[in-house]
Every structure is written in C-alpha cells, then in structure tokens.
Design a binder for this molecule. Structure first.
Ligand code: SF4
Length: 274
C-alpha cells in the first residue's frame, strides 16, 4: 500500500515530526528529552528539514511538526518555518520564553502562513507553573502569547494534566480566552513517564500502543512517535526506534506503516497523548 493511500484511509497519521534540536534554555522537571542548555544538540540541519518536508508532501503526508529541545534556539527557525509552511502546514513547539521584540518581528510573516506555534503553559499560578519549568517562565509566556496573537499568529497552548485541578484549569482557560486563543487550540495531555519525567517519577507509564504512531525523524534515526526519541541519563532511548535510515523518507514511512498494520485490532491509543 502506498503511503498516500494509507494516510487518506486514516491508517497512517498524516503528520511527520522533526526534532530540530535537543538543547533548551530551560530544564523542566518532566522534560522527555532531558533538555537543558549544555546537552548534546542532536540537530537536524535546515537543508535536511526542508528535504524531509518535500519528501513528506510527495509521499502524501499532510502536515509537519517541529519539536525539540527549544526550537527557537535554532537561529534560522522563523525563516525555516516559513519555508516549511510553503510545503505543508506546520506546527512548531516552543516554550515561549525567547520572544524578544526582535524575534517577534522575525516571526510576524508566519501570520499569513499555515503555521501554528504550540506553547507550554501548565498552571494559572506563576509559582506552581514555574516550579515545574523555570523561574519567570509564567511571566515570559503570558507576555509572549498575546504579542503573538496580536500579530495574527496562530497559537496553541499545551497544558500537562499533572498538577492542575478543575478550578485551576478553568482559570487557565479564562486566561487563554482573554488572549484570543480558542478552546480548540488548548491541548491538555498527561505527562509521559520517559526521560526526566521517569527520573522524577512523574506522569503515566506508557507502552508503544499508547503513543500516537506519528513518523518522527531525528538526527539519529526515525521513531514510532514524537514521544519516542526521549533521553535518559544522557543517552537516546532506542526502544521505539523504527529504523536508523531517515532518507529517503519512504524507508521509515513504509517501516512505520508495516508496524501499524501488524498491530492487533483494538490496540489503539487510549491515554489522549498528543
Ligand atoms: S520540556 Fe520543553 S521547555 Fe522544558 S526543558 Fe524540555 S524542551 Fe525545554
């Protein structure tokens, strides 16, 4: 079966994820990739990411995702996202802490393109939010989101369900609605117990069937899901590696499709991990 047909029939998710880099200006308690300023960067170059984007479109995938690490530590990220968005719609994950006036000006052209920035915000109380992420994280994020929305950029907010009750969630929702981020762009998901989250005993333990089978490309291979190429004790986890070959993209795409087709019926994801 062709990849395009598998995507059209809903057998294969349409999005291809790329890990642009693994380093980050933060070091969150639940980080799946043990990201921090001085870790191994494991970068994908701009050329490679554009090539993967083009091959994804040719194969029949419908969307791209860019994640890390902090994606905006890659210096050319605004221009790269603009280029990727001419190939396929793209969502980029960011911690939202680096949006200086200068960076805001550089991302402004993304407003007219099919690009969404997904920003993490875990709690309506700065102290609780910052305890999981970093000092001043809350202040930086609640400053950046309205600035981005005012410039016409699509913003999605991702909240981990680890330490938030219903009342607190409602307060968080009131905030994002005030900023102009609709409920459909607010994602609430459990923490996956891998990487630093596993070290700290946070989140839910997962097995392969719990994770979305979305083709995920890193500098070190292709993986089952964006929640798969995690890092523990500085080493990349390879339990959910599907192949070291990342290009041509048809190789990992067909490998993933074969694995999906080999799954017994009823083994679909149930944990709302996305
Ligand atoms: S969770 Fe995101 S923001 Fe936090 S350290 Fe990891 S990559 Fe950085």
């Amino acid at each position: 079966m062709s990849i395009g047909a598998a995507v059209k029939e809903g057998r294969l998710p349409g999005r291809v994820w790329m890990y642009s880099n693994y380093h980050c200006n933060l070091a969150c308690t639940y980080c799946l990739t043990e990201s921090a300023p001085a870790v191994a960067r494991r970068e994908l170059s701009r050329t490679v990411m554009i090539e993967i984007g083009r091959q994804a479109r040719e194969l029949g995938f419908t969307d791209l995702g860019v994640t890390g690490g902090e994606t905006f530590l890659m210096l050319a990220m605004p221009e790269l996202l603009a280029e990727l968005a001419t190939i396929l719609p793209v969502v980029a994950l960011t911690n939202g802490t680096l949006f200086s006036r200068r960076l805001l000006a550089r991302v402004e052209p993304l407003a007219s393109l099919p690009v969404a920035l997904q920003i993490s915000l875990d709690h309506p109380d700065p102290e609780t939010n910052d305890a999981m992420r970093a000092p001043h994280n809350f202040r930086k994020v609640v400053t950046a989101i309205p600035e981005l929305v005012q410039r016409g950029i699509t913003v999605r907010i991702a909240t981990t369900a680890e330490s938030i009750d219903e009342t607190e969630l409602e307060r968080l929702c009131t905030l994002h609605r005030e900023w102009g981020v609709p409920d459909c762009d607010h994602i609430i998901r459990p923490i996956v117990r891998r990487g630093r989250a596993a070290t700290h005993g946070l989140g839910v333990p997962v097995d392969q069937p719990d994770l979305p089978a979305e083709l995920t490309i890193t500098a070190e291979g292709a993986f089952w899901s964006p929640f798969a190429p995690t890092v523990r004790d500085g080493r990349l986890d390879t339990d959910l590696l599907i192949t070291r070959t990342t290009r041509p993209l048809s190789v990992p795409a067909q490998t993933l499709l074969r694995l999906i087709q080999a799954r017994p019926p009823g083994e679909d994801s149930t944990l709302n991990i996305r």
